[in-house]
Design a protein around this ligand. Structure first.
Ligand SMILES: C[S@@+](CC[C@H](N)C(=O)[O-])C[C@H]1O[C@@H](n2cnc3c(N)ncnc32)[C@H](O)[C@@H]1O
Length: 261
């Protein structure tokens, strides 16, 4: 899984794609606003920085900004886009599973945006959480997004693809067919009973194998090292405040904000 996804993220067309992205996602904007009083004193680590979509929004407001990515090509793209490299904005090649280049208790805000974490296996993911809890100060923030198994259940159900517009229905059913084909070893029943699954989804034309997790399982994974876990809809940017709101949420991915114990 690691090597497969890595090859996607070093491909020229994919690097170009991420280099062109500029807008923050609604949940990211929510957090940018929420912590507005704290940014100026924060040391921030942007893991899986990609083409620097988040750099332009965060690097100017924090005290120190470090962007890492395991793709040398992504880092080169960031260095081209943000050439005036200074002490307070640095890009370097680095793998989230082993961040031994950083000392313990260093960062105040750690971001792993746009589901970058989902390109790793279950065990690698848990390793990343441990590394983050080591390099972040106690009380510091970890903010990331991850694909939701709850959202995917809808995509696995052909009845949910029918709309009043025949063209939309046609496109939906084609995508449904491809999704089921690429994941033919996984049944709807299995999906319903799983805490997490590795799914070949439509992003980058079904080239990535991505981790999808049930929100409650995600919370359980974080509990050992993180406190004050909050969830946000990526689409609306609003906090998902209670179990009822969560039970009806069908976002394909959710953002999680938590603090290191
Ligand atoms: C979906 S892209 C998001 C890029 C960027 N954060 C954005 O929001 O536009 C995920 C990024 O995470 C990086 N990535 C995936 N696994 C990684 C790992 N183990 N360590 C560092 N970077 C990783 C990929 O190379 C890719 O650039």
């Amino acid at each position: 899984m690691f090597e497969h996804n890595y090859q996607v993220y070093v491909a020229r067309g994919i690097v170009q794609h991420y280099s062109q992205l500029r807008q923050l996602q609604p949940a990211e904007q929510t957090i940018l606003d929420l912590l507005s009083d704290e940014w100026s004193s924060m040391k921030m680590l942007d893991i899986g920085v990609g083409g620097g979509r988040t750099t332009q929004h965060f690097s100017g407001v924090v005290q120190e900004y470090v962007g890492i990515d395991y793709s040398q090509e992504m880092i080169a793209a960031c260095q081209t886009h943000f050439p005036s490299s200074s002490q307070s904005r640095v890009f370097e090649v680095g793998d989230a599973r082993d961040m031994s280049q950083f000392e313990d208790n260093y960062f105040d805000f750690i971001l792993f945006s746009f589901n970058g974490l989902d390109s790793l296996s279950h065990l690698d993911r848990l390793q990343v959480f441990q590394e983050i809890s080591r390099i972040g100060k106690s009380g510091s923030y970890f903010f990331f997004s991850s694909h939701s198994l709850q959202g995917l259940e809808r995509e696995f159900n052909w009845r949910k693809q029918i709309s009043l517009n025949p063209l939309t229905t046609y496109v939906n059913l084609v995508m449904f067919g491809l999704l089921r084909f690429f994941n033919r070893s996984i049944s709807s029943k299995q999906l319903k009973s799983s805490d997490y699954e590795i799914i070949q989804d439509e992003s980058h034309n079904f080239r990535l194998k991505q981790y999808y997790v049930r929100p409650q399982e995600q919370i359980d994974q974080l509990k050992a090292d993180f406190d004050n876990i909050k969830m946000y809809s990526w689409k609306s940017g609003l906090e998902i405040a209670n179990q009822k709101e969560l039970s009806i949420n069908s976002d394909m991915w959710l953002y999680y904000l938590c603090q290191i114990k």
